[in-house]
Design a protein around this ligand. Structure first.
Ligand SMILES: Nc1nc2c(c(=O)[nH]1)N[C@@H](CNc1ccc(C(=O)N[C@@H](CCC(=O)N[C@@H](CCC(=O)N[C@@H](CCC(=O)O)C(=O)O)C(=O)O)C(=O)O)cc1)CN2
Ligand code: MET
Ligand SMILES: [Zn+2]
Length: 768
């Protein structure tokens, strides 16, 4: 018996909780304050509240329209645990893969497609045994049933799971996890059978790997794997109907492959991708029997958008199949819960926005339109269009002074003096030792710091007392670095709630939220800012903190800024003009900040661009244009710096191979880069690309509380020194220290300085 696909659905919903209930519960569990049973009961409460909420917002209780998209930490880890690729017996075992233990390194973590969400990378080799090792997905479906819901289980699909995995340590050279597809499919088959027995009418398999041209496997290989996988799963006797979702970009030719399999429904991202026009007759024929789910509501951004245009896309989709449903383009994981939780937001701005709950309502509206015709939703479409028009003319959206400054830019604004001239000027100004040691910027964000900021927000602490508390923190951080013997110091960034939100709060053109939390990884969240208007800098942002920090030491104090690409990547950015134009507005604000930092006596300025790789388009054809504007905006931000000012940049969370030329084109004097987890592999990429500027390949992973030994650090530094000429090499951790505690931080940095001294002396014996 087949039940039709629901007319309206979403691909997934935020799971951290409206007030980060899940974060608090999990972190309490980690601290030993609550036991596993209590954590599970709180998680179940959250899932219940989510289902009720989604039903209230207009999704059906018993028509499979509510997705079961919960996770304690990460959906890729969940899929890997489900199929036995990652052996986690219980919650402790599960979290051990995410966070590591004394005995076990955590799994690597990396970016989920072009988002600020990070997944854990399973390791799969020729010998990995697959088996249905966890029935959590089935249990959550049954939990919903017991409450009177018929929901739709969601799991990362087999092709994406393998495409995102990396070869296990022992795998032979050239091995790809995708080669294990045939052995993996029976486990997915078993899971589908279990779900069918429990009464699931539909299951959603997420296959975003099928849209990406930036993975280790080629598009042709992924397409072939999809054909194999869904032919196999489609043939099963006992299974729910299968919905394959392909978010984040267009499926291109892989749509034809999926159309040729027995799956009942295919999801298309119609925000990033277009409706395919050039289709073979046999594909057209096959598609008429499928339900096509149009992802027309943007799951990746917060604009209310053009609802009438979204509805029109569904009309076009109906030309391909009589069975059309409406959905979000991606899971709503990437957006906050509810604009209703932001009473302080300007009402006019709020009328332009849709967070997750508002997007669910938009889906419900369009579903009504599909069922009853456009006239039934006329009013809602008109209201959305009016909000869109209002955005065009509202004050602040287009500021003549900002536009004139951009229009007047000349090519020379994007370049500094030749590198050799800069090196000479900087050597004279800075007087640094060989292999200078430094850190990436933040020091531990202690509970005291966060509580002080919360007290300031509540009015329990006045601005003067707050500033004094932050100055005390800076004094402490500077003293500590002097004591450790670091060469280039930082102020530690205690005054920053987040490296993007802090800048957004000080710039015109941005709004910030109070409760707009979005999961970045595990229990870590950010409140992405909303970049809605033309950007300018009403007053300096960081100068007084840096001036104060420099006054405490004779060593160089790094000024610390977040770069334009990263500010865009980690905010919700206006969609009414090219990203490159917006990036250049941010760049000009940073350019002025750099000039002011120089005036204040700051000789080294770091402009972080950890998101440079993240925004790289998934489709190759779009990549050159992206690299052009992103590199350009960084060069515009830093192009006004004096030759004697040493410009640093920092990148992390990425494979750098694909953007190595872009990194070189940034023309920063020194680039610090994540390298510890890949054991310095990146230095070979740098070497091959002829990178001749300063470089600090990270010597230890800051994501784990593990303290690296002096011997281990010395070994990594020697590897780096073998590939990078000594005059270029810097020594630093992989990233900022804000998520770490002081104990491990102090010991790790002490070991780093000791290892550096050993390598500087070329000593064979290391003093510990
Ligand atoms: N935007 C962004 N994206 C990024 C990164 C980043 O740093 N920023 N780093 C990479 C990894 N992602 C990360 C994302 C978040 C965090 C992180 O530490 N987040 C903190 C929150 C940071 C924050 O906004 N802090 C605020 C609010 C802190 C808070 O929770 N306060 C309490 C009250 C204080 C208390 O009792 O502790 C509350 O509001 O309830 C502040 O310091 O002011 C967390 O989840 O815990 C780290 C890395 C990639 N993407
Ligand atoms: C995610 S990159 C972080 C860079 C920032 N300067 C820090 O140290 O925290
Ligand atoms: Zn970093």
């Amino acid at each position: 018996m087949s039940t039709p696909f629901p007319t309206g659905t979403i691909l997934g919903y935020p799971r951290i909780g409206r007030r980060r209930e899940l974060k608090r519960a999990i972190e309490s569990f980690w601290r030993g304050e609550i036991d596993a049973a209590e954590l599970e009961s709180r998680a179940a409460d959250l899932r219940r509240a989510t289902r009720e909420r989604l039903a209230d917002l207009g999704l059906g209780r018993t028509d499979s329209s509510i997705p079961e998209s919960f996770s304690y930490y990460d959906q890729v880890l969940d899929a890997a645990v489900t199929v036995g690729a990652v052996p986690a017996a219980d919650l402790d075992g599960y979290f051990a893969f995410a966070r590591g233990t004394a005995a076990q390194a955590p799994l690597e973590m990396t970016k989920w497609f072009d988002s600020n969400y990070h997944y854990l990378v399973p390791e799969i080799g020729p010998e990995t045994e697959f088996r249905l090792a966890s029935d959590r997905i089935v249990a959550e479906f049954e939990e919903a049933r017991a409450d009177g819901f018929l929901t739709r289980p969601v799991i990362v699909g087999p092709v994406t799971l393998l495409a995102l995995a990396k070869p296990s340590a022992g795998a032979p050279e050239g091995f790809r996890p995708l080669a294990r597809l045939a052995e993996l499919l029976p486990v997915y088959a078993q899971l589908l059978e279990r779900l069918a027995v429990s009464g699931a009418a539909w299951v959603q398999l997420d296959e975003p790997a099928l849209v990406s041209e930036s993975l280790g496997d080629t598009t042709a290989e992924l397409r072939a794997a999809a054909g194999t996988a869904y032919a196999h799963l489609g043939r099963l006797e006992k299974r729910p109907q299968i919905f394959v979702a392909a978010p984040y970009a267009s499926l291109d030719a892989t749509l034809a492959t999926l159309a040729g399999t027995p799956v009942e429904a295919i999801g298309l991202d119609l925000v990033r991708g277009a409706i395919p026009t050039e289709l073979h007759d046999c594909t057209r024929e096959a598609l008429t029997t499928k339900t096509l789910i149009g992802g027309v509501i943007d799951g990746h951004n917060v604009w209310r958008g053009d609802l009438a245009a979204a509805f029109a896309k569904l009309g076009l989709l109906r030309e391909l199949s009589p069975h059309v449903a409406v959905s979000t383009s991606t899971s709503l994981l990437h957006v906050p819960h509810d604009t209703g939780d932001e009473p302080q937001l300007d009402e006019r701005l709020k009328s332009w926005l849709a967070f997750a709950d508002q997007k669910v309502e938009q889906v419900a509206t369009l579903a009504t339109g599909l069922e009853r015709g456009a006239v039934a939703i006329d009013g809602a479409l008109a209201q959305a269009s009016a909000a869109l028009d209002d955005r065009l003319t509202a004050p602040g959206v287009r500021v003549p002074a900002v536009r004139e400054r951009l229009a007047a830019l000349r090519p020379s604004d994007f370049s500094r003096a030749p590198y050799a001239e800069r090196v000479a000027a900087q050597d004279a100004a800075l007087d640094l030792p060989a292999l200078p040691t430094t850190t990436i910027g933040s020091f531990p964000q202690t509970g005291d710091i966060r509580r002080a900021r919360a007290a300031l927000a509540k009015g329990e602490l006045d601005a003067a007392a707050y500033d004094e508390a932050m100055r005390n923190e800076i004094r402490h951080v500077v003293e500590l670095q002097e004591d450790l013997g670091l060469d280039v110091l930082v102020h530690g960034e205690p005054e920053r709630n987040d490296m993007v939100q802090y800048f957004a709060e000080g710039l015109d053109g941005f709004a910030v939220t109070v409760n707009g939390w979005v999961q970045s990884y595990g229990t870590r969240c950010t409140r992405p800012s909303i970049l809605w208007g033309d950007v300018s800098r009403p007053a300096p942002l960081t100068v007084e903190w840096s001036r104060f920090a420099q006054s405490l030491t004779s060593k160089p104090m790094k000024g610390m800024l977040t770069g334009p690409v990263t500010i865009l990547a980690w905010s919700f950015v206006r969609d009414d003009q090219p990203l490159g134009d917006t990036a250049n507005q941010v760049a000009l604000a940073l350019r002025d900040e750099i000039a002011d930092l120089e005036q204040a006596g700051i000789r080294i300025i770091q402009v972080d661009e950890p998101a440079l790789r993240e925004l790289l388009p998934l489709k190759r054809a779009a990549q050159p244009a992206y690299l052009d504007w992103s590199v350009g905006s960084f060069r515009l931000a830093t192009g006004g710096a004096h030759p004697a000012t040493q410009v640093h940049t920092h990148l992390c969370y990425s494979e750098f191979g694909v953007v190595i030329d872009a990194i070189r084109a940034l023309d920063a004097d020194v680039t610090s880069i994540e390298a510890a987890r890949s054991r310095m592999e990146v230095v070979h990429d740098l070497e091959r690309s002829g990178f001749d500027h300063g470089v600090g390949p990270g010597v230890y992973d800051i994501h784990s509380p593990r303290v690296p030994s002096v011997a281990e650090l010395t070994e990594l530094l020697r590897r780096a020194a073998a590939a990078v000429p000594e005059r270029q090499l810097w020594v630093n951790p992989d990233c900022g220290l804000k998520t770490r505690g002081y104990d491990e931080t102090v010991t790790s940095l002490r070991h780093m300085v000791q290892a550096t001294r050993a390598v500087r002396q070329g000593a064979d014996k290391i003093a510990v």
